[in-house]
Write a protein of this length. Structure first.
Length: 291
């Protein structure tokens, strides 16, 4: 059950314009404003992506928006640049964050019709994050209470190995639908895209880290891509016809003011899976008091 004060805070936030918010800072190879909702996508059906979370960090009169995924009852996977200052490395305080899970519509969530709004008790950036080049861009948020949303399935090493060039994938996020959008997106959105080869990504998404990253683009229409607010959101893929969607990537950056003619880049889930699983185990079996 969400505390009334949390609902009030979310309603107030929903009324803010993006002009009153601060997006996560850009990195050297990305447009400073291109911090990933989904451009060219469609509203996600209610209940289809209950494990995709909206993350809000309010710091005084400023704030930022990101996307994440439920990976355990009290853990949200997102991008590291959503939880720390990439210029200084300062980690943002847990008290500033709120996370919406189990909802696809912000207005319905604000009215208490769906989802849970949860506070955050801990911020855990991936220790391999190199913020100056945006390598290893991943983090976890520890929730102060469990979410009832089911965890998303993370791709296994064998599943990731089959995700070759030309594979169809799906982006999901709470971010902007166009670059100069001023009001917050109030509906979770998704869009299809296509995984590109490592060699193509190295040429078109520099600097691209082959072992740790995935890039996508949507040829020949070039109609879809990530944008402000989608950072930390999932890249999803199905392993075979009718198979369950699994998370294969974490949205980290785009180019040229969310241009859909440039690639969207993701941290590979496979590259940080061991780290994620270690924290899932730690929160599933907390140390005994006094140990």
């Amino acid at each position: 059950m969400t505390a009334p004060s949390s609902r009030v805070k979310l309603v107030a936030l929903a009324a803010l314009s993006i002009a009153g918010m601060v997006c996560a800072p850009g990195v050297a190879h990305a447009d400073a404003g291109a911090r990933e909702a989904v451009v060219g996508g469609a509203p996600a059906p209610g209940g289809a992506l209950a494990s995709v979370a909206e993350i809000i960090d309010m710091r005084g009169h400023q704030g930022s928006q990101c996307t994440g995924t439920v990976v355990a009852a009290t853990l949200i996977l997102t991008a590291a640049h959503c939880v720390e200052n990439i210029k200084t490395g300062t980690i943002y305080p847990a008290s500033g964050f709120q996370v919406l899970t189990g909802a696809s519509n912000l207005e319905q969530a604000s009215a208490g019709a769906e989802g849970q709004i949860l506070d955050v008790s801990g911020v855990i950036p991936y220790e391999g994050f190199h913020r100056r080049v945006d390598d290893g861009d991943a983090a976890l948020l520890a929730l102060s209470a469990p979410t009832s949303a089911a965890p998303i399935a993370l791709a296994t090493s064998s599943q990731s190995a089959t995700l070759g060039a030309g594979a169809t994938a799906r982006i999901a996020g709470w971010g902007n639908t166009f670059y100069r959008q001023r009001l917050l997106t109030k509906q979770l959105r998704w869009a299809d895209t296509v995984v590109q080869s490592a060699s193509w990504c190295k040429r078109n998404a520099p600097p691209f880290f082959v072992r740790n990253e995935i890039c996508t683009i949507d040829p020949p229409s070039y109609a879809t891509g990530a944008c402000n607010g989608d950072s930390g959101g999932p890249l999803l893929a199905a392993q075979g016809a009718g198979a369950q969607l699994v998370q294969v990537g974490i949205a980290i950056h785009v180019y040229d003011r969310c241009s859909t003619r440039r690639p969207s880049v993701y941290t590979s889930v496979d590259a940080i899976a061991g780290w994620v699983q270690s924290w899932i185990a730690a929160y599933a079996h907390p140390a005994a008091a006094g140990s």
